[in-house]
Design a protein around this ligand. Structure first.
Ligand code: HEC
Length: 196
């Protein structure tokens, strides 16, 4: 019975999550052919939806099995390999970038900072495609789309309980990724297409 409840809860969360990220249709300002850009947008949407689903499902299972602290330990080991796992299918590099990063590997480049600053200032949260070092790059905003995110990214001592916080501090001594509220801009998906 508990399992059934969990599956129902997970399904609701997944539906909420994906329907809240459903805006697109934007042409890149400074790239080549429109057909290329449209194709990249489509591929980027597909890739990010797949990886997001994979990550979320795994985090939920780890939370269910041992609470958020256990899930932090799980993410510490598996988030990167899981994110990477679809890169080969699309010949691309898949990253999650944040100004307030938890894992220093997710620190933004100068271009990433520009893209996120523009999104925040214009409040236009659509995917964009740009060209960086001759490669097509797709960006899509990541928001704190559900209360579950706050278990590990909310206010320390409030949504993030002390035990979880302890594990976060231990695995990520320079963590910047707490203090968020639901709906906040959290960072960017960045998909760099390697082949032309
Ligand atoms: C169980 C705790 C936990 C939950 C719940 C959680 N995260 Fe995270 N999050 C982490 C950890 C740990 C990392 C660092 C992963 C790594 O080492 O690659 C991370 C990293 C990230 C990153 C990459 C940038 C960075 O700071 O390194 C983003 C973006 C992100 N989380 C967004 C979310 C969103 C959105 C949600 C809700 C859908 C969420 N997280 C839920 C623990 C969590």
């Amino acid at each position: 019975m508990a399992n059934v409840n969990f599956i129902i809860a997970l399904s609701i969360l997944l539906i909420l999550f994906f329907t809240s990220c459903n805006n697109r249709q934007q042409k890149a300002p400074d790239t080549g052919k429109v057909t290329d850009t449209a194709d990249i947008l489509k591929q980027g949407d597909t890739i990010t939806a797949r990886v997001q689903k994979l990550l979320l499902a795994n985090v939920m299972i780890a939370m269910k099995a041992g609470g958020p602290g256990n899930a932090v330990t799980f993410c510490n080991v598996h988030a990167m390999p899981l994110t990477d796992s679809l890169a080969g299918d699309y010949n691309c590099r898949i990253q999650r970038i944040s100004d307030k990063y938890r894992n220093p590997a997710n620190k933004p480049s100068a271009t990433d900072k520009e893209v996120s600053a523009k999104m925040i200032s214009s409040n236009v949260m659509n995917p964009v495609v740009i060209s960086e070092n001759g490669r097509m790059v797709y960006y899509k905003p990541i928001k704190i789309a559900m209360p579950a995110c706050l278990k590990c990214h909310g206010s320390p001592g409030k949504e993030v309980d002390t035990k979880t916080l302890e594990i976060i501090r231990q695995k990520y001594p320079n963590d910047l990724a707490t203090g968020y509220k639901e709906g906040d801009f959290r960072g960017l998906w960045k998909i760099t297409f390697l082949g032309n």
